[in-house]
Write a new protein. Sequence first.
Length: 452
Amino acid sequence: MKNILRNSNKTIDKDIFRLSVPAIVSNITVPLLGLCDTAISGHLGSDLFLAAIAVGTVMLNVIFWMLGFLRGGTTGLTAIAYGTGSNQEIAKVLYRALFISLIGGTLLIALQKPLFSFLSLVASPDKEIIPLVRSYFDIRIWGSPAMLATMAISGWFVGMQTTLFPMIIAIGMNIANIIVSFLLAFPAGLGFEGVAWGTLISNWFGLLLSIGCMWWFRKGKPLPLIFSELLKGGLWKYFSVNGNLFLRSFFIICVTMGVTAAGARLGSRVLAINVIVMQFFQFFSFFMDGFAFSGEALIGRRLGEGNFQLLKKTSLRLVKWSLFTGLAFSFFYFFTTGKIASLLTDSIEIQEGVAQLVMIITLIPIVSCWAFIFDGFYVGLAETNKMMISTLLAAIAFFAIAFLKYDNGIMLGTSSNLMIWAGFLSYLLIRGLYLGFMWPSTVKSFRTDALK
């Protein structure tokens, strides 16, 4: 009996790492898209170009983060359809996502002027770089349909139990971006605008590469679907899943920007320290997202198959690997925070500020791993309402801790940087605790529905 259980665990682990490793590699390459633009613009002869790229990239990232449901929602619903073996449902989820990508991307292009005006108010860039930011934004926004469609196709691949092709797409886009942006900026003499055009071209190249990967994955066989079928069956469920993910992304962005805003209230030194600390969280997230993607694919598949025993075993193995990863990173950060900070900044003052937060940095992985992995589970079940609620409650806790003083009554204000990070840790912890607490009853309700 023990041998059977051991073999079963090995099979599950094999599936987990087959999906997780390419996803981790893909996650690590994604920031290179913005880093490439930054590196090239840093050699154009003016700091204004570098600042404009940074602001423009943040603006566009906010837009694409908000529309990230095109990946997550597509993954969960595709994985369930894959488990049921319904090619029609698999096709329906994909084409719905692509249709929304086309409409959404077209709307972003059509509304680029008011969108830029709004994001400029939020980002508040210096007046002298606004024309450069606008130029960068106006060029790159034309890649929105391609970017959104590529996100949808990558999510579809994960639902189809492969993260290899999303990795190929991400790496291919980055290589294209590096080569084309460099050629347009320097040999072609387009300078700053050449960087934007290079990234735009890499977006559309990414879509072509995605279509090519689909053709290879399907062995040249089309995935047919009658257009009228897009409006039939599960349409409310589709929009409900993605609507909840949209709101969840909004709350996450509010907290992320809240960390920056709260730090800015305490001065530029604190703001710089917090940028470094956030890098520790983001690096860890690359790894945890890989396991979360595995959860999305495998949990959704087992739900579609109706195999709740294997669903339970898979979730337990994923929790164990997530806990191990969190502990490993916490241990690593505890002993290396100072050395890593010295690599990220030459400022002794900033290094000392980061060192003072070593316990916060150490706690981030072990506290946040639960939120990551349970997010993956709920995406796999397409039960995104609980994800949205958990993020809302966690965001409220963050703002209550980071933006309120309690000395002489309750008043608006940021008391210390430690309170900012205490609020952030609370935000991460509440998300994981809520979803973990709701998990047994959620699975039980799905099992009950399956037996009816």
